[in-house]
Design a protein around this ligand. Structure first.
Ligand SMILES: [Zn+2]
Length: 460
């Protein structure tokens, strides 16, 4: 299977209809200005004498490239290429060709998530350096999602003091589609027998370990069972760009936190074989809460998970100045909280997932916050795991499948906000959520009458 995520010829054949997306228009305008900065035609002779490229520098360069591509900052991506590039086996291509190729790519896949891993940097005699890495990707648009990994070989050279790509090759291995995959490689597939959480966590670590990924990637990313691949998770990004929810201690809207976490969680779920999962309202349109659950209902999701970030009651907020602006904060509360509605038609199953989620978060070192009980009289169903009842929460009540809302952390807490902005912290968070979903998806519903609201939410 050989194709190219970014320069796929099939992709290029697609109509440019989607390219009219407004974000692209903005990118193209700003490109003009940016292109002027690089209008210096740095020929190879101008290349600075070799300052050896360090492994860190190479790794950072790759990270920045994919960070820019993920936020659809095409000018920033294009600026990382030399004037002419040996491009994806097509021969020498110039920047305007690459720019147009990238624009088509992001028009087709407006939601992108990339994770480069296992980057190696080998300096060459001529002053350039070969960089290789493995890339996990997940891409989505309104109707489709795709994910997989690729192996990448780039050659970088310092031109006018600036690192640039002079050669780029990518070989893509899309994830097998659930149900079609009849040849999983046995040792990479988890046994279906119940494993302890610890074993499960260990075998996962092995699956994503870079050494493993670079050697036997197709095995490592094979969906473990068809059952998991068939399990559909509807991910709801809490709030919208215009009505952004809470405001963090540094003035960032909750929606931004929710969107980033959902995008990363989605990518993680895809890479663990939950290939049919989807994001509700990925474009952040102003849709009604009922509509959010309706989308999940229409698409027969098996689990509804709303992602939010938390605040505290106004009376607890204090003022501070940061970045020249007065913002509100409260460092007295921190932690996650989980909500279910006992009016959801699958309330017992909602509680079962919520319990698994609480356990996974605790095991991963997170702590629950109890302030919703103190400040809002929210009934605490499980104090240890931070599980609350919020019976009339619209999305939870109107979803027909088990539904849970997770407040990932308290963003008015200055320390917790900082933690939530680090990729490592979020990786631990999405890892725990994924583990809970896997556990929930691989264990059948406890009883046939799981659709009845439980009399008590006590876990077994
Ligand atoms: Zn919220």
């Amino acid at each position: 299977m050989k194709s190219v995520t970014k320069a796929n010829s099939a992709m290029r054949n697609l109509t440019v209809a989607a390219a009219t997306l407004s974000c692209m228009v903005i990118c193209m305008f700003s490109y003009g200005a940016r292109a002027a900065e690089f209008n210096l035609t740095p020929n190879q002779e101008n290349a600075a004498p070799l300052t050896k490229l360090s492994a860190d520098e190479g790794t950072e360069f790759v990270k920045e490239y994919y960070a820019a591509l993920s936020r659809v900052d095409i000018p920033a991506v294009v600026a990382k290429f030399a004037e002419t590039v040996d491009y994806e086996g097509e021969g020498q291509r110039d920047r305007s060709y690459i720019r147009s190729d990238l624009e088509k790519y992001v028009a087709r896949w407006p939601i992108l998530s990339f994770k480069p891993e296992a980057t190696t940097v080998s300096p060459k005699e001529d002053g350039s350096a070969a960089v290789t890495f493995n890339l996990s990707y997940s891409l989505a648009n309104d109707t489709k999602t795709t994910s997989g990994h690729s192996t990448n070989n780039w050659i970088l050279r310092r031109i006018n003091e600036k690192l640039q790509i002079i050669s780029q090759r990518e070989v893509v291995h899309p994830n097998a589609r659930p149900g079609l995959d009849k040849s999983p490689i046995p040792e990479a597939v988890e046994p279906e027998e119940a494993l302890s959480d610890e074993d499960l966590a260990k075998s996962r670590k092995a699956q994503v370990a870079p050494e493993r990924a670079s050697k036997a990637t197709s095995a490592a990313k094979t969906p473990r069972t068809n059952a998991l691949g068939d399990f559909v998770i509807a991910l709801d990004i809490g709030h919208s760009p215009l009505r952004g929810g809470a405001i963090s201690a540094r003035g960032v809207s909750e929606y931004q936190f929710n969107r980033r976490l959902v995008t990363e969680l989605y990518a993680k779920l895809q890479s663990f074989g939950f290939t049919r999962s989807f994001i509700i309202n990925p474009e952040g349109e102003e849709i009604h809460l009922i509509k959010r659950a309706a989308v999940a209902n229409e698409r027969n999701a098996d689990l509804f998970l709303a992602i939010h970030h938390d605040s505290v009651k106004d009376t607890y907020l204090k003022k501070w100045e940061t970045d020249g602006k007065i913002q509100k904060y409260c460092d007295d509360f921190h932690g996650y909280s989980i909500f279910i509605s006992r009016k959801n038609p699958k309330a017992a199953e909602s509680a079962r997932f919520a319990t698994a989620l609480g356990s996974a978060l605790l095991n991963a070192g997170f702590t629950p916050t109890l302030h919703h009980a103190e400040q809002e009289n929210r009934p605490l169903l499980d104090r240890e795991k931070g599980l609350y009842a919020f019976d009339d929460l619209v999305v939870l009540k109107t979803a027909k499948m088990p539904a849970v809302l997770l407040e990932c952390g308290i963003i008015v807490n200055r320390i917790e906000e900082e933690k939530l902005t680090t990729p490592e912290y979020r990786d631990r968070l999405t890892g725990a959520i994924e583990l809970a979903i896997s556990k929930f998806a691989s264990t059948p519903a406890a009883t046939a009458n799981s659709s009845q609201a439980p009399a008590k939410q006590q876990e077994n």
